[in-house]
Design a protein around this ligand. Structure first.
Ligand SMILES: Cc1cc2nc3c(=O)[nH]c(=O)nc-3n(C[C@H](O)[C@H](O)[C@H](O)COP(=O)(O)O)c2cc1C
Length: 256
């Protein structure tokens, strides 16, 4: 049985109501869902199979995302075949090895800020772990979109027609007890992976999303920068009125 799916739409016999009844979701508020959908790497359960119906359900949710002109030009590769996962995993491992040695590596960032660099080092360790295990993750999802040319002027409309759906997929997965991680390092081998999967050259990848049940109980919101930096680093210049708007004090407008 082939377990490689190249999906643009799903069997319409799955009505929305029927699908949504298949798998109960976790009791999370919208804000809890949005703030606890973490990049799961070390806590991916590499041994527990994930039912394809559950993936289908997450993708049905994803297809509710917006797309330019309502084109819905997204396509989804859902890869469960072990031998194919291993090949993708090998490409991913090579990409991670190269990334971790580079100055753009998470570990190398913010070297002058010990507190922040400590977080970055943990991210780097986690990235390295996934680099070793991408091929072991039971389901790999590659959201794709037709892009015969990647002209500068069309980027926002193009990726804006795919990436919100990909994030919705990850949120839907989290709501169903699955862990995911947004990854892009495989893009270095996008062409090779497309050839492996039979994806035409004009169809481009948006991400590679490992998907598995997760180990442990739950996830917490992550510390983010805006609360810790001095206010002047969070000012937004509005082009029309030449003012600065502090994100930390949104009521206060000060002239430049
Ligand atoms: C555009 C983009 C590309 C990313 N690429 C990778 C990647 O290739 N590998 C990886 O392990 N994580 C990748 N990440 C995940 C980030 O490292 C992660 O979002 C960040 O460390 C914050 O952690 P959190 O998602 O748990 O809040 C990527 C995230 C984004 C938005």
């Amino acid at each position: 049985m082939t377990t490689l799916r190249y999906c643009t739409s799903f069997d319409t016999s799955h009505t929305w109501a029927a699908i949504m009844n298949l798998m109960p979701t976790l009791p999370l508020t919208p804000d809890e869902l949005l703030t606890t959908t973490r990049s799961v790497r070390k806590r991916l359960d590499l041994t527990r199979p994930v039912p394809l119906e559950l993936i289908r359900e997450c993708l049905e949710v994803a297809l509710q995302a917006p797309s330019a002109s309502n084109r819905q030009g997204w396509q989804w590769m859902v890869i469960t075949d072990e031998s194919i996962r291993r090949v993708i995993g090998d490409y991913y491992r090579q990409a991670v090895e190269s990334y971790l040695k580079s100055p753009r590596s998470a570990t190398a960032l913010f070297a002058d800020d010990p507190e922040r660099n400590a977080v970055q080092r943990r991210v780097g360790e986690s990235v390295a772990y996934l680099g070793e295990h991408m091929g072991d993750v039971p389901v790999l999802v590659i959201p794709c979109i037709s892009a015969p040319n990647l002209r500068a002027g069309s980027q926002a409309g193009l990726w804006g027609s795919l990436l919100p759906a990909a994030w919705s997929y990850m949120l839907a997965a989290r709501a169903r007890g699955l862990g995911t991680a947004w990854t892009t390092l495989h893009m270095r081998y996008e062409k090779e992976i497309s050839e492996l999967l039979g994806i035409p050259a004009d169809i481009r990848h948006g991400a590679l999303i490992p998907t598995a049940y997760y180990l442990g109980d739950t996830f917490k919101p992550a510390p983010r920068q805006p609360g810790r930096r001095p206010p002047h680093q969070h000012l937004v210049k509005t082009p029309t009125c030449q003012r600065w708007w502090s994100l930390e004090q949104p009521q206060t407008l000060t002239t430049r």
